[in-house]
Design a protein around this ligand. Sequence first.
Ligand code: TEU
Ligand code: CA
Length: 566
Amino acid sequence: MDQFQDQSAAAIRQPQAPPVVRKWWHTATVYQIYPRSFCDSNGDGIGDIPGVTSKLDYLKSLGIDVIWLSPIYKSPMDDNGYDISDYRDIAPEFGTLADFDHLVAKARKHGIGIVLDLVVNHTSDEHPWFVESRKGPGNPFRDFYIWRKPAEDGGPPNGLMSSFGGPAWTLDSETGEYYLHMFSRRQPDLNWENPEVRREIYRMMNWWLERDIAGFRMDVIDYIGKQVDQELVKDGPRLHEYLQEMNRETFGSRNILTVGECWSATPGSALLYSGRDRNELSMVFQFEHVTQQWDEVYGKWRPKPFDLVTLKSVLSKWQYALSDDGWNSLFWGNHDLPRAVSRYGDVTGYHAESAKMLATVLHLMKGTPFVYQGEEIGMTNVPFTTIEQYRDIETINMHRLHVEAGLSPEDFIRGANESARDNARTPMQWSAALHGGFTKGVPWIEVNANYATINAEAAMTDESSIWNHYRKLIAFRKTHPVIVYGLYQSWLDQHPDVFVYTRTLDKDRLVVIANFTPREVPLTVPCELAVSGKCLISNYEPIDALPGENIDLKPYEAFAILSQGP
Ligand code: TEU
Ligand code: CA
């Protein structure tokens, strides 16, 4: 026992049987593709579906099972496709329906399923439903969206605010009423209380399911039960009723993966979404480990200093809460978040070590891991210096609002360098060729200048690369049930520098130890963790035994030791 071992009270939990119903996605690893930034096949500077298809061999050799494709539907691209104007067609810059069908079929041949992004909280203002809706109260589509009369002073009906800044209401001069948009004014919110809206969405979902997709990632799905007049948006009273209806009417009888994006999820609500008898979703994305790092006032634009004790407490809380029922998603990054290695690692001193450490910690937890494109080669945040280099509507809007409110442009850029969504959206770095091999034309957003050293081609030929580390972790999930179903327990919760946890299944025990700092850290190993076995993975020399005494961890050192009983 040492000073950091504070959990003797939480006596060692007894390993128990794995969940009765095993699902294919329990052993799967998902890879997220942001199509615009992945691979451009025709030189117009924009990634596209044939580009994705051309990289299936790459993804196969990484070992992933599922691709989550960010939206590829027809869209004016106000929010890069999260504003859909036709749910049953593909954006021309991304290709055609035939290209999509070809991708699905070819991916299946590689053993890879395609998960589509389902964006049904809102549409584009160019969607024919909205074009009709805004014609006026008599129109049959009026109630497809959320219209309200102005407040008495003529202003917005209430105080709801858009995620992208400013009021969530825009006055439509045509009819003198306001419509709701929780995101940009070009993304009007659908009215889920209208049964016809729900019916149309379910028909559309079934149309895609017939095309043999492997599932849906559901954009801001915790918004659909909103009660606008109560200013209640997330986790509204009818949310779970709608999800159960959706499940019944669409994918319930199919063996697919569904994951809801739920910024409001708590361990309690996650059990409602993903509990075994709930007939809702496979799992949700929760964001507590992300938002606990945000400033109370300025949010992500002024992140707090990294605090490992808090991060561990959040991740462990979720591991414990969904230990016997429900299922966790595991992720460090996505297309909205900064690059993981920039946020949690050290890109200057220990780029490879820290990227591998992060992968080790995440992939050996219980849940389904999600890898965001480029994470597997350690892509980093991009050091843009002016607002003109950014493309994201959120960043551009927030820049205007913050600068108007008195923030200096330099301070804003400093925050954007850490938190802007474009950090994740610079093109995938394939090789040391011009523009990182992403395009033969001019990329829609600048490539990160570090592509000369950080690129897939270099990573794949280097036995000790971050890429090969990911590859091993992804493969172990297939061969080691303890990674998939083992009981999770955390250790040394108050230790400020080191993350320690164990996974236990039958006679198998995995001990995972990770140093989250660029310093050497001496560690007193709790005697319960003394083990000898074999080193499953490490980012320095393999270690296959732990004495129940002091060890010295190298900067960002992370390893896992597997002991298998008789
Ligand atoms: O994101 C939901 C969302 O709330 C984000 O806007 C989030 O608050 C922000 O990115 C944090 O920095 C989803 C999609 O993932 C995002 O890309 C879309 O812009 C948004 O919905 C609207 O569809
Ligand atoms: Ca293209």
